[in-house]
Design a protein around this ligand. Structure first.
Ligand SMILES: Nc1nc2c(ncn2[C@@H]2O[C@H](COP(=O)(O)OP(=O)(O)OP(=O)(O)O)[C@@H](O)[C@H]2O)c(=O)[nH]1
Ligand SMILES: [Mg+2]
Length: 452
């Protein structure tokens, strides 16, 4: 909903909730105080609440437009909390357009993206984290994405946030008692408060760190393929993607752009990126490619460092980007050994890296895929729901952690400390949208599809 759009309740909105185009069935949703009037414009009356009835929908001239299943959800027991109707039409373009036209003639406005869910949020049917989860569930392409979205919709994220806030309320009460009853044994009181605050600060700091996992599941685990020119990076991408996504030639410097390919790893979504070989060059195009490659690789969740084992020199390129848990792919084992022996020795000495020896132009890609599968499971699988699945959540958690740490630093002045504890609580309530700015809501809901 854009700036200046009417707030929930005043207008009646409609949208096609299913994919536009030709389909067996198309669903149009209507929500708002004028939903009943909108149905009347189609020549029908609401049936019994939540019961499907077959009705003939008619245009302005009384001509039949479709025979459709009609569902009526009277307020407040509907998705948005308002009077709602669902029209299950035959999914032809003419039928859909004719019914939408009739509704707009009758004063119904076409909905903005996410407007139904925004109304649900404003009616208190869902909190903001749950509303986001609905968007995530609609976007989910893999099992892990769907599982995470569903857990968030069930209130996993909101629940953890609520527990922390309850802890903060208790701490505040303790601090305020110190202000109100300064005769009590201050030292004992401060020590008690400090203990609780320290453990909560540790929990919040850990929660911020969970963004990596939550986001990797939601958006995809980012896998960068790096190395010197000609090492076999594009060959590896094509093997993992099972298609010829990138150009492979024997000319060093073939790839310039970052080529992103999403793949599925046993229910997890991964985003592979092949990129320019890392080297110093005077070619401005290639230089830009190298800069982009470095930036992508630095931001990735894991790096696959491809080394041409038969190369005499230059194989070290990219090793400065490696982090613990990354994989070294020692390639071209079918060729005479060049620097491979040297490279292998270097990696063998680094216990934080793993190494596989392969021939990528044969079936070496499979070895890498198996390693990726294991690594994805080890990194992403956990029984605990991540405390953050979006940057927005992590920011709120970090603000809460910082406020709590500030409070810890001024415990000798309980009044000031209590104020920072209150701010920590307020930061957390941004996650569920109890406290929030209009532009945050606009941003969250505008990323939805129309009709959701
Ligand atoms: N003999 C042999 N050749 C390979 C192997 N893997 C890749 N190649 C060849 O090495 C050359 C370079 O492969 P690419 O995959 O284009 O290398 P790259 O790392 O993407 O290179 P740039 O895009 O230039 O940075 C091609 O001719 C490949 O066929 C291998 O395992 N053995
Ligand atoms: Mg390439």
């Amino acid at each position: 909903m854009g700036p200046g759009a009417p707030s929930a309740g005043t207008s009646t909105i409609a949208a096609l909730a299913t994919t536009p185009g030709r389909s067996a069935v198309a669903v149009i949703r209507v929500s708002g105080p004028g939903a009943r009037t909108a149905l009347a414009a189609l020549g029908i009356k609401p049936g019994r609440p939540r019961q499907a009835v077959l009705r003939t929908l008619r245009g302005a001239d009384g001509e039949a437009l479709d025979r459709a299943l009609v569902l009526w959800f009277p307020a407040p027991h509907s998705y948005t909390g308002q009077d709602c109707a669902e029209l299950h039409l035959h999914g032809g373009r003419f039928v859909i357009q004719a019914v939408l036209d009739r509704l707009t003639q009758a004063g119904v406005r076409l909905a903005e993206p996410g407007e139904f869910t925004r109304r649900a949020f404003e009616a208190g049917k869902l909190d903001l984290a749950q509303a986001e989860a609905i968007g995530d569930l609609v976007d989910a392409e893999t099992k892990a994405q769907a599982r995470q979205a569903l857990a968030q919709l069930d209130g996993e994220l909101s629940g953890r946030q609520r527990e922390w806030r309850e802890g903060l309320v208790e701490i505040r009460a303790r601090l305020e008692a110190l202000v109100d009853f300064p005769d009590e044994d201050i030292d004992v009181g401060v020590d008690l408060a400090r203990g609780r605050m320290e453990s909560l600060a540790v929990e919040l700091a850990a929660a911020v760190g969970e963004l990596g996992r939550g986001r990797a599941i939601r958006e995809g685990w980012r896998v960068a393929i790096i190395g010197a020119p000609n090492a076999g990076k594009s060959t590896l991408l094509n093997a993992l993607a099972a298609r010829s996504a990138a150009i492979v030639t024997e000319i060093p410097g073939t790839t310039r752009d970052v080529i992103e390919v999403p793949i599925e790893l046993d229910g997890y979504r991964a985003l592979l990126a092949d990129m320019a070989g890392l080297r110093d060059t005077d070619d401005p195009v290639e230089r830009e490619g190298v800069a982009r490659a470095r930036a992508w690789a630095a931001d990735a969740d894991v790096r696959l460092w491809v080394v041409d084992g038969s190369a005499a020199d230059g194989w070290e390129a990219g090793s400065d980007l490696l982090r613990p848990g990354d994989l070294c792919v020692l390639n071209k084992l079918d060729r005479p050994v060049g620097a491979a022996a040297e490279a292998a020795a270097v990696f063998a000495s680094r216990s934080d890296l793993r190494t596989v020896h392969v021939t990528l132009c044969e079936d070496g890609g499979e070895t890498v895929r198996e390693w990726l599968l294991r690594a994805a499971r080890n990194t992403l699988e956990s029984v605990d729901f991540p405390a953050a699945t979006r940057i927005r959540h992590a920011r709120a958690l970090a603000d809460a952690r910082d406020a709590l740490n500030r409070a810890l630093g001024m415990l000798e002045e309980p009044e000031l400390a209590a104020e920072d504890v209150r701010l920590a609580s307020r930061a957390l309530s941004r996650i569920t949208g109890e406290v929030g700015a209009e532009d945050v809501l606009d941003k969250v809901f505008s990323s939805f599809c129309i009709g959701k």
